[in-house]
Design a protein around this ligand. Structure first.
Ligand code: PLP
Length: 433
């Protein structure tokens, strides 16, 4: 990295590298037998031994379906599953246990609100205010809801540096706005959005607010009561937990008033051949066998995160991000997406005019052992606005190190030297997620 000046790192803000020992997968080798540098955390994180043990412990000793059998294992599973709910409740500062609904993930949580609240409440001409930086999970369900109800979608544009244009937000928020649905942290730009301000303004205008916290719950503390947010959605697999579980938080009064979305077992109080009465919260929104073991694993992940502290995790990630940002911004021709490090969490996305994102990802993996994401990261409209089809994203978490960031920079520099001088392009693959 002879041509790159590296910025001073505040080593006191870094987490101890010894915590990497908790993550067995980090000692794997990938590509041409390179030590794994895992920078695809915004897509899904790795799991510490504590979470793996919690999951295998359930399967080895206590597993049964929940809420159903009056037998020892069912009682044990039920107790563990409901304890995980309490952990989530405390993690996000919810007032009530039954305001926590376990879903399959952020996507399922948002779809639940769009189907249940959206179909019941939205009328032709009502508006849902989104932003142009939303993940497809917070765009498509509202496009579908708009098609069903006649509601109209509006989108907050960006400032030049990839933050929400709050002047435009003020203009777009009107008495027609029934819901503001925004991402707390962009999975492509890393931008931390001003959720406190958005919620206060939306409420003053009479609108509810749904926050997509998929990229903030793993990295920043959340207090739903202090925020006064109406709905909040996030996924277990992006915060050291298993895949297959997510959370929908909703205020009790809202969830009480909403019709159930999925029908089936567990979500009923009583069923006749021609009708049913729904169960009380949260079962009303948990039809069928719930994600029992993933939810228990999420509880273990929350214990792990709380032991370290989200404040400490954010400080650590900020050092990595600053370091990556300072180094990558010196590479000629490389376009860093999104705002300066102080306005973002631990991720850096970039594009390079003459080199496709897949070239970066391929070489970084094969020759440097660095796993990054290449594609549109489920933000196709945002990429279209930025005038690119794809970008390369390196996303950090608590187990990543400054030395790994150096490896990334070294790899990126090597790719630019490999491909750019001759303008040579390998056959491109279709950009995907
Ligand atoms: N919202 C954001 C901001 C995301 O980054 C993601 C996943 O990448 C999602 C929603 C969807 O999460 P899931 O696939 O776990 O439902």
């Amino acid at each position: 990295m002879s041509t790159i000046e590296t910025a001073a790192v505040d080593r006191t803000a870094l987490l101890p590298a010894s915590l990497r020992d908790d993550f067995p997968i980090l000692s794997e080798q990938v590509g041409d037998r390179q030590p794994l540098v895992f920078f695809d955390n915004a897509a899904s994180t790795q799991r510490p031994r504590q979470v793996i043990d919690a999951i295998s412990g359930v399967y080895e000793r206590t597993y049964a379906n929940v809420h159903r059998g009056i037998h020892t294992l069912s009682e044990l599973s039920t107790e563990q599953y409901e304890r995980a709910r309490t952990k989530v409740q405390q993690f996000i500062g919810a007032a009530r246990f039954h305001e926590i609904v376990f879903t399959q993930g952020t996507t399922a949580s948002i779809n639940t609100v769009a189907r249940s609240w959206g179909d019941a409440r939205l009328r032709p001409g009502d508006e849902v205010l989104l932003s142009v930086m939303e993940h497809h999970s917070n765009l498509v369900p509202w496009q579908q809801a708009a098609a069903r109800t006649g509601a109209v979608l509006q989108h907050v544009p960006l400032t030049g540096d990839g933050r929400l244009d709050m002047d435009a937000f003020d203009r777009l928020l009107t008495e027609r706005t029934k819901l503001v649905a925004v991402v707390a942290v962009s999975n492509t730009l890393g931008t931390i959005n001003p959720i406190v301000e958005i919620i206060a303004k939306a409420h003053a205008a009479g609108a509810l607010v749904l926050v997509d916290a998929a990229q903030s719950a793993p990295h920043l503390p959340i207090d739903v009561q202090a925020l006064d947010v109406d709905f909040l959605a996030f996924s277990g697999h992006k915060m050291l937990g298993p895949s297959g579980v997510g959370v929908l938080y909703g205020k009790e009064t809202l969830l009480e008033a909403m019709p159930p979305f999925l029908g089936g077992g567990s979500m009923i109080n009583e069923v006749r051949l021609d009708r049913f009465t729904p169960a009380a919260l949260p079962a009303k929104f948990e039809a069928g066998t719930p994600p029992i073991v993933p939810a228990i694993g999420l509880g273990a992940a929350i214990d792990y995160l709380e032991d370290i502290g989200l404040g400490a995790i954010h400080r650590h990630e900020l050092q990595l991000t600053r370091h990556a940002y300072a180094a990558l911004s010196q590479i000629e021709g490389l376009r860093l997406l999104g705002p300066a490090p102080e306005h973002r969490t631990g991720l850096v996305s970039f594009a390079f005019e003459r080199i496709h994102a897949h070239e970066f990802a391929q070489v970084l993996n094969d020759q440097f052992g660095v796993a990054v994401r290449a594609g549109h990261h489920c933000t196709q409209p945002l990429h279209a606005l930025l005038g690119i089809a794809a970008s390369t994203r390196a996303s950090f978490y608590l187990y990543n190190t400054i030395e790994e960031v150096d490896r990334l920079v070294e790899g990126v520099l090597a790719v630019t030297r490999m491909f750019a001088p001759k303008g040579r392009q390998r056959k491109r693959r279709k950009p995907d997620e």
